[in-house]
Write a protein that binds this ligand. Sequence first.
Ligand code: UDP
Length: 250
Amino acid sequence: PQKLLIIVTPTYVRPFQAYYLNQLAQTLRNVPPPLLWIVVEKSMQSAETAKILRGTGVVYRHLVCEHNATNIKDSGVHQRNVALAHIEKHHLDGIVYFADDDRIYSIGLFDQMRQIRRFGTWPVAMLGESKNKVLLEGPVCNGSEVIGWHTDQRTRISRRFHVDMAGFAFNSTILWDPKRWNRPTLEPIRQRAKIKGFQETTFIEQLVEDESQMEGLANCSEIMVWHLHLEAPELIYPRGWMMQKNLEVV
Ligand code: UDP
């Protein structure tokens, strides 16, 4: 039988949510089963998210993360922890992948992921600070052996593993069967608010000891995920012009 894929997506209501979630749902719908989509929404189960999920044809669970009493942007850290606790509690057995709603995923990635034994990784392409520059983040490989990392200057020195949230997947049994992996029980993902890009490495350091326990997918020579940052944060809106709600025209 095919391995179960457990796709974890934090989401929240915002003007482009319908665009993001529908796009991801359409990708997931084309992935051969079994696949379980765990969508974790910030603060409450909104009617907007529920409606989109109902129409997708993907097997999903819609969870809520009540941690966020504040409006501080946390990049979904606590929501991912809610999903990890769910997987642990129910002993879901499969490959866990953090698929944020704002990335673009090639369908072949999901086939590749099913071959992961312990921890798989691959490079992600993202737009740099300037919209004309592309950065690669993730492993450099020799076959499936990870021998180095693509990285950018800012975080080069202090990060152990240079991996984007969408650049790795792992065996869920590490979460609830630590004896089998000879690992201590995992801590939740911690927020490193001020230093961007540390969420991934601090979590991955708990999953593997070093590169020798990693599997590079597709020789790490194929780009299978793109992180575009389509929002335009540099735009300054006149007071009252920012929209909070999901922009879905029916
Ligand atoms: N996200 C969320 N709540 C937030 C911020 C982000 O659910 O307060 C989700 C968002 O929908 C996406 C993921 O977390 O699935 C990553 O968000 P974003 O791209 O804004 O963070 P970045 O990748 O820039 O750190």
